[in-house]
Every structure is written in C-alpha cells, then in structure tokens.
Design a protein around this ligand. Structure first.
Ligand code: ADP
Length: 608
C-alpha cells in the first residue's frame, strides 16, 4: 500500500489501482503524463459535484453565504466518503467531472426505430457516448425481420442482427480514441421472427465482439415453455405471425447458447416494465451489464457503497453492545451488531445527494438525453465489497446467514435512499415526470428520483476502492503474479491477517493457496476458515441465484451478477438455473460456465 498525504487527508491506493488511475482517470498533459495525484482527482470530483448546492440553496431561500457554506460542507462530506473508500461514483464521473468533457454517466439506452434515419442517427449518438466513456444499450425488436419488404425500394431488409454488426464495427473504430473500450448491450424480444439467428449470432463469427446480447423474455413465453405449448413469432411491423415454434425448443436454444459461451443472457422484460416507475416511457433495453433498465434516451448515474468499510471489529461490536446497555444482558455479538448502521445511513444519504447533484453537473451528449435524464432523475446507488464484508464477519457466502445479511444491508440502504430522495424533493422539488409516475399514482409519494438503487458490476471502481466487486463472491483467495520474472503469490490481505492471527501462516502455505486459487482442499487451513473463504466456482448455481434474488428484492432497478457454473455443468443445469432465476423474482440472468470462452479475463491460479 502506498499512502498519499495531503493536508492530513489520506488516500490509500494499491499498485493495481494506481496503474488504472494513471492510465485512464487522472488528468494528463499533452505529453501524456499525469498532472494530478489520485487525491487531486477526488478533490476535483467533490468540488464539482458540490457546486449545484449553491443554486439549490439560493432557490430555497438561503442567502448566498449560507448556500456557499452548505456547498462547502457537502464537498467535505463527498471527499471524505471517497478518500475513506466508503463510496465511489461510476468511472465517467471520476474521469470527467470538472473537465472539458463533463459526461458523467455510465449507462445509456438509445432507441432503434424501424427506419434508416433512426438507425443511423442512433449510430452517431452511440459514437458520441462511447467517446465519453459511457456504455450503450439498444432494443432491436422494432426492426422488421430479415427478408421483409422495404416498400420505398422494393428491396428486402437485412434484419436486426445485420444492423447490430454495423453498431459493432463503429464501436471498434471509436474505441481507438475514447477513454475506454466501448461496451454495448443488444436486446431482441423472444417473439421476434429473427430470434433464432440472434441467439447464435456470436457463435461462429467474429463480427459482434463489442456486444453483450440478451433475449427479452416475456411472461407469456415462460408460461408457454413451462406448459410445453407453441409460441408465435411475429413481425413487429404489423403483428403478422411469421412462424410458430415449440416454446421449449426456443428456450432450449437460449440455454444451449448460454452453456456454450455465456450468451445470450436473458432479461425478464415484462417484470422490468411492471416495476418501471415511469410507465409513460416503456423499457425495451438495458445498459451493457444489464443492471440499469432504461427507457430510450434515459441515462443513469451509478455509485457504489463499499460494505466492507462498515464492518466493525469484534471488539468494537462488543463495545457498541455494552454502550447500548441491552436489558437482556451481555451476549455474543451477532453479525448485524458488527455493522456500523449509523455510519452506513449517513453514507447512503450523502451518496444520494451526490448522485442527484451529478444529474445537474452532467454535460449530456444529446438534447434528448438531457431532457429524459433530467425528467426522470434516475440514480443507481449500489454496493460493492459484499464478499469482503462477509469474510470479515466470518459468514460463508453460500449460507442462510449471508442471505439474511444481504437482505438486511439492501433493505436498509434502499429504505434510507428513498428517505433521502423524499427529503431532497422537499428541498428541491420532485422529478419533472413525477406526475405520470407510479410514485404519484400508487401512493402520492413525493420523491426526487424515479429510481434510487441499482447494483453495478463495479469492475474498475472496486479496484480503486480495493474491495471485491459488487455482490459477487471472492473469485480467488490468492493467485500467482509474475513480477520481475518470478511468480509471486498475491494473497488476499485479510486472509494473510487471519492466517497470522490463527497461527497457521507460512510462506509455503501461501504459495500453495496461490497455486490452488482456493483453500477448499488445503488441509493446513482450519475447517471453519476454509468454509468462510469459499470462492465463486465452489458456490452452487442455486446459491448464486438466491443471492441475486435477495438483493433484487430491495433494489429499484436491476443487479449485475454472474451465475458461475463449473466447466462440467450440463445444459440441463443451465436450464435449471434460468428457470430458478425467473421463479425467485430476478429481473434477468447472466451466466458463465468456467472455461467456456476462449479468453477468460481472470483465471484462477494465474495472474489476471
Ligand atoms: P466502473 O467500475 O468503471 O464504474 P462498472 O463495471 O460498474 O463500471 O460498469 C457499470 C456500467 O458502466 C456498465 O454496466 C456499462 O453500462 C458501463 N461500462 C462499463 N465498462 C464500460 C466500457 N468499457 N465502455 C463503456 N461503458 C462501460
């Protein structure tokens, strides 16, 4: 750990995080050298995101001085949360806040209507968004199927899959000059006549590499597959039935694709729309990692709380219990006693305010996106470091206690996020599209934001915060890293600490753990420690799915989560996982069978 000190403020950053920051996040001069330190980046972000407090303050009757004092106070809070690694906004906010390209959102959905004008307008808009580091999602379901007539030319349409490859090729070109490699989600409804070609569109060619693909599955389709009935594929242009298939056969094709290489994923589109807080704008697509369910032209600002930072040590927990002076007398601390709920609530409230301010400061790439984003004010507060929190609490990921903790954490975060959004509505007013929203229709609840919670993958920001990603289990306890021509074990620091505290530490053991990746079969590690340090491959698909469902119950939009299966999992195992995901109330599935893609990003036992 390298420690930076500045005005008594500290940001602890490890080598991996520093490398990522230097490469893409820190301001650079023309020679390409970073001209800010990580701490300056956080200052830049906190200062920029606190600015709108001045105008908001004056608008609600504060004097200029009072409003500036509020802004300074919030700036301090924002900075503290980031420096203490309790909260991080999504990458574009870290990269772009306070800079010329002030595009701050991670996720966008763009419309694709059934016309050349619409397709190529959106192609241009995709390029503009990618340049700024945002990801794009598209629903291609309105495009007429391949071979259908084009009346103005009497030619034939080439269909959704071929247009996807145009968006893919453009992504390739733009990524050369952008902040990060562009990411897309392509979605097609299960009742589109081209669905079979879509399911296999990434299998035997090299044309669609910059897309994740998902099938938008309807409730009717799930019903028909369950009852083994036929299912109609219809031309979106006029509703004509083009083909009738056996629903189970189509389901099987989706599952085979997912077994083969993890694609397509699925999103349960009716369920997503049933929970759409702004039904006046229907949802056809999601962002690339499928956690943000957005109408066309909407965007979402994400931010994630690092749960590990809110776990107390056993001694702190005992002190807390003693201070609370429980009538029931002394007792051993439960997991929930070991969480600093007061600090977590403060963090949630500040994070919601931060993300609402991001909407003000965002320089949107398009007028339509500005209108929709400001109209709905969707924010997506999520979590990361969940697996780290569990190991600190001594709770195995695949246990009932972990599910209870997931439920406690997310229920608490969602509840306080809504409370913060209600308070902001009192200060700043409800979101512009509130009147037609379910918040008005269902209970007249006056809130500032259409949505408050979403769980992102946190691919980069978890690295910057030095914690496990999103709600995923640990990928490995240790791996071998090549350093200066040698293979060195890189072991989770919390595991090293436990090994030393419990007296089973040795360098040989650490090397052996790094070679295995996991501790399941390492006899020198005590049984209870082995149980807690379970890794993603050792967790059953059911336990993965149940964890996703536990978080989904208290999340406004979706969850980014991969259901990991061992290499030897069968097609039926994949089918069962998909069916289970639907039956326990999830909004979608992304599944991955170990080793099934040629290029695995991380592989256990070897350096990433
Ligand atoms: P981060 O940790 O960098 O903030 P996440 O891994 O949490 O990002 O991803 C959040 C969302 O950001 C994704 O669902 C996607 O919409 C967008 N995103 C992620 N990676 C990229 C990328 N390389 N290019 C464009 N957008 C991306």
């Amino acid at each position: 750990m390298e420690t930076e000190r500045h005005d008594a403020q500290v940001f602890e950053v490890n080598d991996n995080a520093l490398a990522v920051l230097e490469k893409r996040y820190l301001k650079k001069n023309e020679a390409g050298d970073a001209i800010e330190e990580p701490i300056d980046m956080f200052r830049r972000v906190a200062g920029t995101i606190a600015e709108p407090e001045v105008d908001f303050g004056i608008a609600r009757g504060l004097s200029g001085d009072e409003a500036r004092a509020v802004s300074e106070e919030q700036e301090k809070r924002f900075l503290d949360l980031m420096l203490s690694r309790k909260f991080m906004p999504n990458s574009p906010t870290l990269m772009n806040a306070g800079r010329e390209l002030a595009q701050l959102s991670a996720c966008f959905v763009l419309p694709v209507e059934d016309s050349i004008d619409s397709i190529y307008d959106t192609l241009k808009h995709q390029a503009v968004i990618h340049k700024s580091g945002g990801g794009t999602g598209f629903g291609f379901s309105k495009l007429r199927p391949k071979g259908d007539v084009v009346s103005s030319t009497m030619g034939v349409s080439s269909g959704p899959v071929s247009f996807m490859s145009v968006f893919d090729a453009s992504t390739d070109k733009i990524k050369q000059g952008g902040t990060r490699r562009g990411a897309n989600m392509g979605i097609l409804r299960v009742d589109h006549p081209d669905i079979e070609g879509f399911i296999t569109c990434k299998h035997d060619n090299d044309e669609i590499n910059n897309f994740n693909i998902s099938v938008a599955i309807t409730d009717e389709f799930m019903e028909r597959a369950r009852a083994d009935l036929d299912f109609d594929l219809k031309n979106p242009r006029d509703g004509e039935v083009i083909k009738t298939v056996r629903a189970q056969d189509l389901f099987r094709k989706i599952v085979e694709g997912a077994w083969l290489n993890g694609e397509p994923g699925v999103v349960f589109i009716d369920r997503i729309n049933a929970d759409n807080p702004t039904p006046q704008f229907p949802i056809e697509a999601t962002n690339p990692c499928s956690e943000a369910h957005l109408p066309a032209y909407d965007s979402c600002n994400l931010g994630s709380i690092n749960l590990e930072r809110f776990v107390l040590t056993a001694a702190q927990a005992e002190e807390k219990i003693a201070q609370n002076g429980r009538a029931s007398g002394p007792r051993a601390p439960k997991e929930t006693d070991c969480v600093d709920w007061v600090a977590l609530k403060e963090c949630v409230r500040t994070a919601v305010r931060f993300l609402d301010n991001v909407i003000e400061q965002n320089d949107y790439p398009l007028a339509e996106i500005a209108r929709m984003s400001r109209g709905n004010r969707r924010i997506g507060l999520g979590v990361m470091g969940f697996a780290d929190a569990l190991v600190k609490l001594g709770v195995p990921y695949d246990s009932g206690r972990a599910l209870e903790l997931a439920n406690s954490f997310m229920e608490f975060i969602d509840r306080h996020a809504w409370e913060a959004s209600r308070d902001l509505a009192e200060e700043r007013g409800v979101f512009a599209n509130w009147e037609g929203s379910v918040h008005n229709a269902r209970d007249g609840r006056r809130v500032r934001n259409a949505t408050v919670t979403t769980i992102a993958p946190t691919g980069t920001i978890s690295m910057i915060a030095g914690c496990s990603g999103g709600i995923e289990p640990l990928f490995a306890v240790a791996f071998l890293r090549r350093q200066a021509g040698m293979e060195m074990p890189d072991v989770n620091p919390e595991f090293v600490k436990i090994a030393k505290d419990r007296g089973f530490y040795s360098e040989d053991l650490m090397r052996s753990v790094a070679e295995h990746g996991s501790v399941r079969d390492v006899e020198e590690v005590p049984e209870d420690v082995r149980r807690v340090w379970v890794t993603s491959q050792e967790i059953s698909p059911e336990d993965h799915v149940n964890m996703q469902a536990a978080f989904q119950k208290h999340t406004s939009m979706g969850i980014s989560k991969t259901i990991n299966l061992p290499n030897e999992a069968t097609i039926q195992d994949v089918a069962d996982a998909y069916t289970l995901t639907y039956s326990v109330g999830c909004k979608g599935v992304a599944l991955y069978r170990d080793g099934s893609r040629d290029e695995q990003v991380l592989s256990k036992g070897s350096a990433p």
